[in-house]
Design a protein. Sequence first.
Lengths: 539, 135
Amino acid sequence: MDRQESILPCNANSAIHIDAERWLAAIVESSDDAIISKSLDGIITSWNAGAQRIFGYSADEVIGKPITVLIPQDLWHEETEILERLRSGERVDHFETTRVRKDGSIIAISLTISPIRDTAGTITGISKIARDVTEHKKMLVREAASHAEMLAERKFRELIESAPDAILQVDSMGLIVLANRTAELVFGYSRDELIGMSVDALVPEAARSGHAAHRQAFEAAGESRPMGLGLDLCAVRRDGTEFPVEISLSPNRTEGGINITAVIRDVTERKRAEQQIHSLELSYTAELETRHKEAERLNQLKSEFIASVSHELRTPLHTIIGFAELLGEEGVGSLNEKQRRFVHHIQTDSEHLLGLINDVLDLSRIEAGGLVVQTEALSLQTAITEAVSAIRPQVSGKQIVVREDQIPNAVVVADPLRVRQILYNLLSNGVKFTDPGGEVVVTAIVDGDAVQITVADTGLGISSEECGRIFDKFYQVGYTTTGVRQGAGLGLTICKQLVEIQCGRIWVESEPGKGSRFHFTLPALPNVTRITELPDVNQ
Amino acid sequence: MGRRLTGVAIPAESKRILIADGSASSRDLLRSILEACNYIVEEAADGAQVLEIVEVFGPHLVILDLQMPKLDGYVTAAALRQIPRLRQTPIIALTAAFTQTAPDRISGAGFSGYLVKPIGPSRLRQCVAKALQSG
């Protein structure tokens, strides 16, 4: 056959020629690969046993049929392209594609396609060797998959190995089946020792008996969660020492049942830090307490100092005032006009000094928090009448009228001594700043659950600028009618403190030249305006 | 001395008053005021002296300063109350520091009343007269 001639080296001997043809046919028939030839218009012209095995068609079934019966429809274009390349004299080697078997299954094949030429070299047909590479492909996929699996496994191992926390996996019997590097370091066992060991051995003895039950309960619940929430967990090392841990658990389903993966964090350092913070807190608290005590001690000292000063200053004043008064009575002998005047100066100035000392001491005590008011139900009328009569000696000979006007029958909740002090201070101020012929009047009104008491004078008055500062410590308003500053500038400050300590407030209204009106409030007992007779609470 | 004083009744029978104060000038003041009223006055500089002379003197009234050396006023008053003769005798406390004065403590020590210094003549006379009446 001409066809064979083109393939084989030409030999003139026909016997050899025939032998060669048979030899070739035997090779073709025995090949595992499909060897197919087709005409240029795609009609199958030869079909070997390999082709039958691979594609499922017998030679009788396909010879004379178009090659496209083997090609999936969506790949028909391939055939056109291959034909193009062959016509231009090219070969197609190991072209991987898919084909359709007789039973419709798709197989992967590798094609080697060459043109067949006649003796003149003209292409008369096409030979096609197809190898079924389906299994090979599958194998490759399997290999790739197992490689990927291996990589993933390695990555996973590395992840577990390099984890900063100890990781243990425990089977349903409580035996350790997996342990990472950190677990070795944390617990002090080698991995070989850990694997197969009961996890209970890592639990401190006190908690060991209950651990198995906890494990089973966790298995039954089958949910990831932190272990022993809110408890201080401890684990035990190989050398028996215990250390604090935090553990989170997660279940893993395996063929052998549920395994538990435990991620165990050694929190020794953190606990130590917490301990340090705690002890710092404690020492700060102790420090604060010490300072607080020191402050209290100093306050106590201050109170004692005030009391002592009070005693030391009053003792000599007592005799100065007493003797001046005694001399002034002239019981021990008559005084001439000059002597009488001198004694009077001693008397008034020593009384003034006493007032200053009292003011300073009062303010010190108020500021030290040492002034305690003893409030009681107090008749407003009694309090005001007493204060007015107490101020009268100051007024005698000054031609100033001091009086009370329309005091309601109210009962205030206040400290009688302190109310008298407030009224005395306000009245005394009024008298000091009022010219002869003027008057100082005390009035009061009941206003809801409070009583408002007003001390009004017809004196010099205070500028609005000064009204804002008048209750400041050591602030003194201008000059008195006698042209001298009197007092230490503490009277109104003390009044303010005393009023506020008794839950009231104090303010002033004034106009220069028209006098001043000092108001203060005190809490009143409700519905007592009808009570006409009250016990004298000042006794 | 007291004869020149007007307005204060001179007692028919002179009463004996014991005054105790650490300050000599204070004692002199009290003595001067009270002798002017014809009272018989004896002085003590501290609580210990009070206890020494009180039985011999037999006062109708005792005035004790609270802040005295040796025995203070509180202790002295309590000691005086142990003496049967003085169980009903009025004892008046003197104090220079009202801040230190707790009325409860004063009455608890056996005092009949108290006076806060400075004490002028009129206040002392009134207080003494009232105390002697009730005592």
